[in-house]
Ligand binder design. Structure first.
Ligand code: G3P
Ligand code: CA
Length: 268
């Protein structure tokens, strides 16, 4: 077990925060994940028009804000004026409107992570859907370093970079050869061992559908010295499958329910 993960049981990571309980990638979603004892958090990053890394999943603003059009066509100041929470519902009293409705920059999220005493892991997925994407890894790694999250010490808050994009992972490796990186896979790619060696990542991030159809990938990863992350794991059956194959990291929209299911299965 690498010192980066540092534990024998699968770690439970909150996907876009506790995104089944609060609007994705808002401070409310990450506060809820911390309260629900997630071992860490996941976010997606993209660059604004003025090249600021912000936490956001889609290409367009339509689904999760009261704005519209492409995120990459707007400046940070323009994006900060929008509401990213009301689409999900009204905030419960435990959260402020700001925590429920505001977009987070990557720096704002990493500041929250770096201040924690529980040594969370921050998984940052660089999304390659904008013209400025070539600058995204450098901007993300600069933010990771600014908050001292570029370490492999399981007693400290730390960050990893993830992507489906091979050029993105290669860029990250060339900027910081020691950064922990995760090669995301939505399907079984040909010549995967060779490709993985070329990418140089520490872990494979398998879609749970891929674990269901191709569980031999876990052994294949292990034989290459690669750790196994699985996303997005939300049902008891999917959690049980992850435990059966002893994966290293479970990425879920609901860390509290996932922790409960793991405890129940361990006791049975
Ligand atoms: O953790 C990886 C997973 O988040 C990839 O899919 O679409 O949720 O970003 P997506
Ligand atoms: Ca993601």
């Amino acid at each position: 077990m690498s010192t980066f993960l540092g534990q024998q049981r699968p770690l439970v990571i909150a996907h876009r925060g506790a995104s089944s309980l609060a609007p994705e990638m808002t401070m409310a979603a990450y506060l809820k994940a911390r309260q629900d004892l997630a071992d860490g958090y996941e976010c997606d990053v993209q660059l604004t028009k003025d090249l600021q890394p912000v936490c956001f999943h889609d290409t367009n603003l339509n689904r999760t804000s009261n704005g519209f059009g492409r995120l990459g066509a707007k400046t940070l100041a323009e994006l900060k004026k929008l509401d990213y929470g009301t689409w999900f519902g009204e905030p419960p009293t435990e959260f402020t409107i700001e925590q429920w409705c505001s977009m987070l920059t990557l720096s704002e999220l990493l500041e929250f992570v770096a201040a924690q005493s529980t040594a969370p892991i921050m998984l940052i997925e660089t999304k390659h859907i904008s013209a400025n994407g070539i600058k995204l890894e450098a901007a993300s790694i600069a933010a990771i370093k600014k908050f001292g999250l570029d370490n492999h010490d399981s007693t400290k808050p730390r960050a990893a970079l993830m992507s489906f994009s091979i050029p993105a992972l290669r860029r990250a490796r060339s900027i910081d050869p020691d950064l922990y990186t995760v090669f995301l896979l939505a399907k079984k790619l040909p010549a995967l061992d060779k490709l993985s060696n070329f990418v140089g990542s520490n872990a494979w991030g398998l879609g749970v559908h891929l674990l269901q159809t191709n569980p031999e990938l876990v052994e294949q990863a292990r034989s290459n010295g690669i750790q196994v992350f699985v996303w997005t794991v939300n049902t008891p059956e999917q959690i049980e499958l992850c435990l059966k194959y002893k994966v290293d990291v479970i990425i879920t929209d609901n860390p509290a329910a996932t922790n409960q299911t793991i405890a129940r299965l361990a006791a049975s």
